[in-house]
Design a protein around this ligand. Structure first.
Ligand code: PRP
Ligand code: ZN
Length: 299
């Protein structure tokens, strides 16, 4: 499949954990994706970008083969693919940007009724997984001799079918493990969704498109973490209150009409504003506290 010289092509998971969030992120970047059920190729009408909807496991290879320039994939899949491809993988595909969704963990789980005290209990056991390379690294790191049973799916039923003593699989909410009478005992790899990219140089036209896409993405990601906060602060506690605002460098301080003991503070908090922060602000005497979302942010 030849890529259009002036449009960038991104591989996205067709259906699964990352699909909706991947589409939502592109939409937030102002890119109309033209998504509808069953479609495997989407052509954005308002941005020079095409989407290929595929199995997540295929995304690193599609970039390696030059079919796509970019992809959104879990680092579990990315790292498993890179390890399986060896040098050719590591030199062709790389993680550009951590995204704000898809957090999960690749974990070891065993049947509920089995005992487990430490990782050494895995010695001599068999472990079913679709991630043999990441599992092998983990076992090696911990000096464990165990048999890896590589499956292509439905790993969670392996212990019940006596195919393996334990499993190594992705856990997000934990519902799948629970439903299959398994419990998580150790984490092998922490995963998140990432923007990944080819290491091959893009054509100048594509590079321009990519730069514009990346600027939008950075702005969306930064805005997601940031909040606009407004509050009234007694002048006597102003310093202490400003110090409590997460990631704030230069707040705007304004006088309040008819009140010379307090001021209004407006600031962009570059880190999450937690309830604990709000409680502490109140304890210092802050009032009329408003925390607003920021949609876009350009530095
Ligand atoms: C993973 C894993 C479990 C499920 C766990 O699959 O294989 O089936 O998610 O999620 P839970 O803890 O919320 O129940 P994944 O989304 O990676 O799908 P795939 O293996 O088909 O790519
Ligand atoms: Zn998958």
């Amino acid at each position: 499949m030849k890529t259009n010289e002036n449009r960038i092509r991104i591989a996205i998971q067709k259906s699964g954990r990352l699909s909706d969030d991947s589409f939502a992120l592109l939409e937030k970047c102002g890119i109309k994706t033209g998504r509808y059920k069953g479609r495997l190729f989407c052509h954005s009408e308002n941005f020079p970008l095409d989407l290929l909807l595929v199995r997540d496991d295929d995304i690193p290879n599609l970039i390696l083969d030059g079919v796509c320039d970019l992809g959104i994939v879990g680092t579990n899949v990315l790292n498993e693919s890179l390890l399986s491809l060896g040098n050719s993988g590591f030199s062709c595909v790389y993680e550009v940007q951590k995204l704000n969704f898809g957090a999960s963990r690749l974990s070891i789980a065993i049947p509920d009724n089995c005992e487990y005290y430490s990782v050494s209990d895995l010695n001599g056991k068999s472990i079913a997984t679709t991630y043999p390379y990441l599992l092998r690294e983990y076992l090696k790191r911990n000096g464990i001799e165990a048999k890896i049973v590589t499956l292509t799916g439905s790993v969670e039923i392996a212990p019940r079918l006596n195919i393996a003593d334990a499993i190594c699989d992705l856990v997000s909410t934990g519902v799948t493990l629970e439903a299959n009478g398994l419990r998580e005992v150790d984490v092998v790899f922490l995963s998140y969704a990432a923007l990944v990219m080819t290491t091959s140089p893009l054509t100048p036209a594509k590079q321009t498109v990519y730069n514009s896409f990346k600027r939008r993405l950075d702005s969306v990601l930064q805005a997601g973490e940031s909040k606009y906060i407004m509050l009234h602060a007694p002048k006597s506690a102003l310093k202490a209150i400003v110090k409590l605002l997460p990631g704030v460098e230069n707040p705007t301080i304004m006088n309040l009409e008819g009140n010379d003991r307090a001021v209004a503070v407006h600031a962009v908090c570059k880190e999450s504003v937690f309830w604990e922060t709000i409680d502490k602000l109140k304890a210092e005497g802050a009032s009329a506290i408003l925390v607003l979302p920021i949609e876009k942010m350009m530095e």
